[in-house]
Design a protein around this ligand. Structure first.
Ligand code: URA
Length: 427
């Protein structure tokens, strides 16, 4: 088929046939369809959308561009969690070892920071020696020996996504629900999973700014998971303020370790356990989310989760005992009294980029030592000059980061309701 004809059909709002989607993706990955035609199709998809059947076929073809991990039929369930990204989201570091303690295997493929949101791989690389560029064989063997691994997507797993994402990034076609669905689900399906839970975030620090948009994305992800035979659930969660207190790279690893000992912030612990509990229900290992939460909590309290995390870090070349280098401390204070009514979490992510803890372009190096700790939550009463944030920064970017952070905290005369973290579950 002529690629121009397929682009025109999508441009005019028609539903593409499976064969058309398959030919286009195969042609693009194989090199016979050039970037400019894929760009045009991506924009047509962005503007016209796709049906669940089309999105599923797109995902299937992106998955088929690479290999799928295959596991022995040994009764062990392989599971994973994926988050659409937020500020202070270090849940993967806690949940992967925690699930391994419950007898699951977790072959987690993670990403780097995108825009203002941090990435799990960048955080883990704050640990001296930690390697995230594992081969498929290394990923498999650590998963089987330790129970969990966190690595980057190698060229063998869903290579279509790597190529297409780079193109979307420079053609303003990233925020398209079918394209995001294909991107996320092709990578997760390549892990050869038995169950998947998604943390779909909405709010000032999320990709999707509104609950409606996040709900639509969550439904698309769950639909494609089901149509591809993978039991999938999604929680819609609030990202209108950072998750936990620490934001950055090294400081988030420190907070994840605290949480693994059962001493983490309440919101971070609650969401980690809820996602894990949901996954245990999906995999048939718990009768309800609450039963799963109790089983998981026991492994935080008895030290098993921390030991499993340390084992994973060692097996990936990292030193779990190493103290992480953290930049010099200062405080950001409130410029007035009142109540904390809102936080621009995306701006807080920008402050991290300003300090060098995130990227402007993909090739930027990451400074793992910078970050901050939030000292106030939405709903709190605030006094003028009270510390809002403990900043970890270098001299050259401290003033600019302080200014951005101060502006991100919205203080008003009337109190606001504290945030409900978990909104809804889709199954
Ligand atoms: N995360 C992904 O992996 N892909 C997208 O398209 C968006 C977010």
């Amino acid at each position: 088929v002529n690629p121009t004809f397929i682009i025109a059909r999508k441009r005019d709002g028609h539903e593409l046939a499976d064969r058309e989607i398959a030919d286009f993706v195969e042609g693009y990955v194989g090199g016979s369809i050039p970037d400019y035609q894929m760009s045009a199709l991506a924009m047509a998809i962005f503007l016209q959308g796709m049906t669940a059947a089309e999105t599923t076929e797109l995902t299937r073809q992106m998955l088929a561009s690479g290999i799928t991990l295959n596991w022995p039929h040994d009764g062990i369930a392989r599971v994973d969690k994926h988050s659409t990204g937020g500020i202070g989201d270090k849940i993967s570091l806690i949940l992967a070892p925690l699930l391994a303690c419950c007898g699951f295997q977790v072959p987690m493929i993670s990403g780097r920071g995108l825009g203002a949101t941090g990435g799990t791989l960048d955080k883990l690389e704050a640990i001296p020696g930690f390697r995230t560029d594992l081969t498929v064989a290394q990923m498999k063997s650590i998963t089987e020996q330790v129970g969990c691994v966190i690595s980057s997507a190698s060229a063998e797993l869903a290579p279509a996504d790597k190529k297409l994402y780079a193109l979307r990034d420079v053609t303003a076609t990233v925020p398209s629900i079918p394209l995001i669905t294909g991107s996320i689900m092709s990578k997760k399906l390549a892990e050869g999973l038995d169950a998947l839970v998604l943390d779909v975030k909405f709010g000032t620090g999320a990709f999707m700014k509104t609950l409606d948009q996040a709900g639509e994305l969550a439904q698309s992800l769950v639909d494609v998971g089901k149509r591809m035979g993978l039991p999938t659930a999604a929680l819609l969660t609030d990202m209108n303020q950072p998750l936990g207190r620490m934001v950055g790279n090294g400081v988030e690893v420190i907070e994840a370790v605290e949480t693994l000992t059962g001493n983490g912030p309440e919101d971070l612990t609650e969401l980690t356990l809820a996602l894990g509990g949901e996954l245990m229900t999906l995999a048939g290992k718990a009768d309800s989310r609450q039963a799963g939460v109790l089983a998981l909590q026991a492994h935080l309290d008895n030290g098993n989760a921390l030991a499993k995390y340390q084992q994973m870090v060692s097996s990936q070349g990292g030193d779990p005992e190493a103290s992480l280098s953290i930049a010099k401390q200062s405080v950001v204070t409130a410029n007035r009294s009142g109540y904390l009514v809102g936080v621009n979490a995306e701006q807080l992510g920008q402050a991290i980029i300003t300090m060098g803890g995130g990227r402007r372009v993909m090739s930027d190096p990451i400074d793992h030592a910078v970050g901050f700790e939030t000292l106030a939550r939405i709903g709190d009463e605030i006094e003028a000059n009270q510390p809002l944030v403990r900043l970890f920064s270098h001299d050259h970017s401290r003033d600019e980061a302080t200014k951005i952070i101060q502006q991100a905290f919205q203080i008003d005369d009337e109190p606001a309701r504290p945030i409900d973290l978990i909104h809804e579950a889709l199954r």
